[in-house]
Design a protein around this ligand. Sequence first.
Ligand code: GUN
Length: 284
Amino acid sequence: MTAQLIDGNALSKQLRGEVATRAAALTAQGLKPGLAVVLVGDNPASQVYVRNKVKACEDAGLHSVLEKYPATMTEAELLARVEALNNDPSIHGILVQLPLPAHIDDHKVIEAISPLKDVDGFHVASAGALVVGQPGFKACTPYGCMKMLESIGLGNLKGKHAVVIGRSNIVGKPMALMLLQANATVTVCHSGTSDLAYHTRQADVVVAAVGKRNVLTADMVKPGAVVIDVGMNRDDEGKLCGDVDFSGVKEVAGWITPVPGGVGPMTITMLLVNTMESAERALQ
Ligand code: GUN
C-alpha cells in the first residue's frame, strides 16, 4: 500500500487565498490587517523565517512591519517596543521571533505581548484558553496540523486514537489539546516513554514533533494510519527531512505529510489566519 500525500503547499494556497479575500474585504472597510515581526540578533535561520512571514503577508494583502534589532538590544528596550506595538492600532498581530539572545528572557517578552495580538499563540493566556476550550489564538503549527486532518475529512476524531510524539510548549502540548478538543483519545509520548512503538502501533493518527530523524519507522505504524510529520531536520547529504522515515512509512500509512511541502507552509498560513482573525475582531 502506498499512502496518499497531504499536500501542505496546496492546502496553504487555498487557505491563503481565503485570507486574501477576507483581507481585501476588511481593507475596503478601512482596516488593513497588520502584523509586526520583531527580530533581535542575526540568527541565520530566523532571518529566513521572518523574511518568509513578511512576504506571505504581502502576498495575501496584509500590512506587515519587520523590526530588526542588533543582538545588543536590552530586554528593557525590547519590552518597550512590544508595549508600543500593543498600543499601535495598525498592528493586529505581534510576533517576536525566537530564539532571543541569551540575555533576554523569552518568557518575559512573550508575556508582555497583549493576548489580543498574540498571533503565535504562545502567551500563557492563549495556552490556558486552549486548555479550557475557550476562544483564543491557537499555536500556528498544531493549528495547521488540525487543518490538514480536516482537509482529509478528519475534523472530528471521535473514536480515533491519536498519538503525539513530543511535548514542547509550541507543538506537542497544544497539539494534544487540539486533538482532544476534536474528540480524539490522545496519548502523548516523549523522551521518558519506555516503549514508543507500543503506543504508535495502536494509533489512527500519529503526529511526530521531536526534531530528530527516523523517530517513526514503518514497523511502528498501523496500516492505514494518518502520519503528520512536524520535524525539520537535515539528512547526511544536507537535504531537508522530517522526523518520520518517509520512504518506509509511506508504504504502510494511509495518509502522510511530506517534508518539505507538508506542515512547514501551514505554520505561516495559520499565522496569517490568526492575524486576519485578530483584525476582524478589532472591527467588531
Ligand atoms: N521560532 C521558530 N518558530 C517560531 C515561531 O513559530 N514563532 C516564533 N515567534 N518564533 C519561532
